[in-house]
Design a protein around this ligand. Structure first.
Ligand code: SF4
Ligand code: SF4
Length: 559
């Protein structure tokens, strides 16, 4: 039920609650006081061609080519795709399959860049006066800069900044919640670069023609809140509203934050734009500012390296493609108690099979966990049907049913229970007394359904191709048969060629036809028609003789 709550903001703004959610130990103090430091320039960077939702980018460089920092090295391949840029200057040493951040240790095509240590930029094209650019020009700049959602989803940002000609955007929400425990990269960004966040929000608003902008920040980040408030005051942006929301996991989920700030529900399997709202992360806003006003493509991001399994937790500004190993080393290395490395937070992150994997555009946190540090409880037992998972689910789902049907591979049923509304927040698994790895089952079911859909599409395409081929073959066969039948009928209608009578009749008919033709043309037949040259000469000589004789006869008569 939608229920207004009292607000914790200075301005008395009505807020709402979403169903479920959890108050969790946040462990943010491990890293939140650590200012952003630049990560050490790595010797080699591994850049997966797919670091976003959609199609992988297409390489436009070759092995052996020297590139500069910020140079485009792979172009978007299709509409839902994002460009990739060299994070530093150096040489492309390979374009090949490499292990990428994925729980299964999957490989995928990557560009491998060897740094020359000089970090030389390509020439940049800043657009300080971006207010003169129209929305589509801004979206193009953002597309060319390879910006994707930095909050974790990795959707190409220019698409989310394009509402379409007929959709009016009421509210642009900037997501500053950073609700997952341990992660503090957005907190540090807002504290240290609040002006960049506000500048990005203004550009995004301009691109969307949004009626208003609301920044939603959890109330456990008072320093970041103050920094944003001061930045707003500096540019006199009273039209951008800054709202503190209660700390409750997962308030940073797009649908949950929209509910808290506006009271509106995004429809099941729908998008915020369906209710005229667009939501972007604060780090994405800062990246948009750098792309437009400084001409800098997305080549780095802030990463929180934290957990009790690392010696000195920190926030580092990391070049995309930097190996996790390098970051751990810069944080004093791992402790002997390290039990698990996670990319992302403890609830939504993925366990990394090893530390040699690269940081991608969506990698906001490296979490080095010690045994039993967070949600790592005892052995897995059978479900006791306690219903705790349903009480905690912020998407108002029935996680227990989803689990049963996913486990039974009943993919129709699991969709009946709205599997695709699951945001994989992990609340259900966190509270489950049976320690069931519920989210893993949901991810498995989603992957299997996507694979089935892909196979179905492929099979449909193959069937269409087969039907088309069969139809063409049958059509050609029918055409050939019709031609043959026509020829046969013509032969049957014509007189038999081998009968003597028929031959005579045919000759007579031909002569009659020729005669009729001549008569029609008014030409009488002559026996001197169609003479050879010799015949003509003989005729001419006879005519000459006849003329001479006639002449002689006339002369004799006169005498
Ligand atoms: S919380 Fe765990 S044990 Fe309880 S109903 Fe849900 S899945 Fe079953
Ligand atoms: S992971 Fe999915 S099912 Fe579990 S609580 Fe979150 S949204 Fe609900």
């Amino acid at each position: 039920m939608t229920k207004p709550t009292s607000t914790t903001t200075a301005a008395a703004r009505k807020l709402w609650q979403f169903h479920g959610g959890l108050h969790l130990p946040d462990h943010k103090s491990l890293s939140c006081e650590q200012p952003i430091q630049p990560a050490v320039l790595p010797k080699r960077l591994v850049l997966p061609l797919q670091q976003h939702i959609g199609a992988p980018a297409k390489p436009i460089v070759e092995v052996g080519e020297r590139v500069r920092k910020g140079q485009t090295i792979a172009q978007p391949d299709g509409f839902v795709s994002a460009a990739l840029h060299a994070p530093t200057s150096g040489t492309v040493v390979a374009i090949e399959e490499r292990a990428v951040p994925h729980p299964s240790g999957l490989t995928a095509p990557c560009i491998v860049l060897e740094s020359d240590g000089e970090d030389r930029w390509v020439e940049l094209q800043p657009h300080g006066n971006w207010t003169t650019l129209d929305a589509s020009e801004l979206r193009n700049l953002i597309r060319e800069a390879g910006i994707v959602g930095l909050g974790g989803a990795g959707f190409p940002s220019f698409i989310k900044l394009n509402p379409g000609a007929r959709t009016e955007i009421d509210t642009l929400i900037l997501n500053a919640a950073e609700c997952e425990p341990y992660i503090t990269c957005d907190d540090r960004l807002m504290r240290e670069r609040a002006d960049e966040v506000i500048a990005g929000a203004r550009i995004m608003r301009h691109a969307l023609h949004a009626r208003r902008v609301v920044i939603g920040i959890e109330d456990n980040k008072p320093e970041a809140h103050a920094a944003l408030r001061d930045a707003l005051a500096r540019v006199d942006r009273s039209d951008i509203e800054l709202v503190q929301v209660p700390t409750r996991y997962p308030t940073g989920g797009e649908k949950q934050l929209i509910k808290v700030l506006t009271g509106k529900e995004v429809p099941s399997q729908g998008l915020p734009i369906d209710i005229n709202i667009v939501c972007h992360n604060v780090a994405t806003a800062a990246a948009v500012h750098r792309a437009v006003e400084h001409g800098e493509p997305l080549i780095s991001r802030i990463v929180t390296v934290t957990g009790r399994g690392v010696a000195t937790p920190r926030n580092l500004e990391v070049l995309i493609g930097t190996p996790v190993d390098d970051l751990l080393r810069q944080c004093g290395g791992t402790t002997p108690t390290l039990s698990r490395l996670v990319l992302g937070g403890p609830l939504m992150g993925i366990t990394l099979p090893h530390s040699g994997l690269p940081i991608t555009k969506t990698g906001n946190c490296i979490l080095a966990l010690a045994p039993g540090e967070f949600g790592q409880h005892g052995p897995v037992r059978n479900c006791i049907r306690c219903g705790e998972c349903a009480r905690a689910c912020p998407a108002n789902l029935l996680p227990q049913q989803l689990y049963w049907h996913a486990r039974a591979k009943d993919f129709d049923k699991v969709q009946d229970y709205n599997l695709f509304d699951c945001i994989e927040c992990g609340c259900c698994a966190y509270v489950c007394p049976a320690n069931l790895p519920l989210v893993q089952y949901y991810r498995y079911a989603k992957t299997a359904i996507w694979a089935q859909a892909r196979d179905k599409k492929k099979a449909e395409l193959a069937r269409e191709r087969h039907d088309f081929r069969t139809e063409r073959q049958e059509r050609e066969k029918a055409e050939r048969a019709a031609k043959l039948a026509k020829k046969k009928a013509a032969l049957e209608e014509s007189p038999a060629a081998d009968s003597e009578e028929a031959k005579k009749a045919a000759i007579k008919a031909a002569m009659e036809r020729a005669k009729a033709k001549r008569e029609a043309a008014g030409v009488e037949p002559k026996n001197t028609d169609n003479l050879t040259a010799d015949q003509q000469r003989q005729i001419d000589e006879a005519e000459a003789r006849r003329a001479t004789e006639k002449k002689n006869e006339s002369a004799n008569e006169r005498e």
